[in-house]
Design a protein around this ligand. Structure first.
Ligand code: ADP
Ligand code: MG
Length: 330
């Protein structure tokens, strides 16, 4: 089985991409923590192209980014405090700066993403709860801030329970996004620190998953659990979804611990680990207090630049992958 689906990231690493036989020992070494998982088909599922987005006018004077498909990316890790929300927001704003149309969706009942754009989840009347549970159109809960944001409220804490008795409970978000997905190039989903029904909804709606991991407390076991959940979603609900990248956050190059964490990640996941590392700095905590991304709060700082670089790397990786696919079908 593929532990986590690898995809090549051309030009991203001086070492050649991990080959099948090189991956196997890693997979085996991680398998003992896979609880009661049946052996899976060694064939890795193929990425299915998503629906092309409707053409839209770019901002005047801006380069036209290639817009052939909406990418719906879930930012997930069942551990809290690994920078899921920070990455969702700042990457979203970085994509927007590049000229892409971006929607962020706050699926965490804690509403940190909503708060980080200066909105108060405690006083929001209609939120993703109503979208998921009462089928309110998602366009009705989108606020226009630095980028568009479908907001969370405290009600969302009851969503897992309310959804659990609904038919099609895992597809609620996927259905809600049909209304708006063609209006965006990127839909970024911020998930709660669990692998419950809200995160499952994100996996079902997503074209890919990006996993932020904290260099300070690297948990390979946690990554295996996440991949097991994703494998279940792939088998039953969304064959195209897989981990498209792992982003190392809170990296402190001065500590051996941080450097070792990167080494372990790269040994286990090869090119899946983005070359861009997000360093540890207090800027990331300061910005949300001001209700803004770090790109707006400190536009010329290194913290902002890190997420711009990650955005470029993610776009380049997809372009390289699309190019390889096109050549394969030519
Ligand atoms: P999650 O959504 O995974 O729970 P957050 O994005 O809320 O994680 O980040 C957790 C805390 O760490 C927040 O206070 C955030 O401001 C801070 N943080 C995020 N990224 C960094 C970083 N690179 N360096 C230092 N602090 C960070
Ligand atoms: Mg969060």
């Amino acid at each position: 089985m593929g532990l986590i689906r690898l995809r090549p990231r051309p030009g991203a690493s001086p070492s050649p991409p991990a080959r099948e036989h090189e991956r196997d020992p890693i997979v085996r070494s991680l398998e003992p923590v896979v609880l009661s998982e049946p052996a899976r088909d060694p064939e890795l599922p193929v990425v299915t192209p998503v629906q092309p987005a409707e053409s839209a006018q770019p901002n005047e004077g801006e380069a036209v980014p290639s817009r052939n498909a909406t990418r719906i990316i879930a930012f997930a890790n069942q551990k809290g405090g690994v920078a899921k929300t920070t990455t969702t927001l700042n990457l979203g704003v970085a994509f927007h700066e590049m000229g892409y149309r971006v929607l962020l969706v706050d699926l965490d009942p804690q509403g940190n993403l909503t708060m980080s754009q200066g909105l108060n989840p405690d006083v929001i009347e209609r939120s993703m709860f109503d979208v998921l549970v009462h089928k309110v159109p998602i366009s009705e809960v989108i606020e226009h801030r630095e980028v568009d944001l479908a907001v969370a409220s405290i009600d969302l804490a009851g969503a897992e329970l309310a959804l659990s008795s609904l038919i099609g409970r895992e597809r609620s978000l996927e259905k809600a996004l049909v209304e708006v997905r063609n209006a965006y190039d990127f839909v970024l989903l911020d998930t709660p620190p669990s692998l419950g029904l809200l995160t499952i909804n994100a996996f079902v709606a997503a074209t890919g998953v990006i996993v932020p991991v904290q260099c300070e407390y690297l948990s390979l076991r946690g990554l295996v659990q996440l991949e097991n959940t994703l494998a279940m979603v792939r088998e039953n609900l969304n064959p195209e979804v897989g981990v498209e990248g792992i982003v190392a956050t809170m990296f402190d190059g001065r500590t051996l611990h941080s450097r070792e964490a990167i080494e372990i990640l790269e040994e286990n996941f090869g090119d899946l680990v983005y070359r861009t590392r997000i360093r540890k700095t207090v800027r990331y905590a300061e910005a949300p207090v001001k209700g803004s991304s770090v790109l707006k709060y400190d536009p010329t700082g290194a913290a902002a630049e890190a997420y711009r670089e990650l955005a470029r790397e993610i776009v380049a990786a997809k372009e390289a992958e699309d190019g390889a696919q096109a050549r394969k079908h030519a």
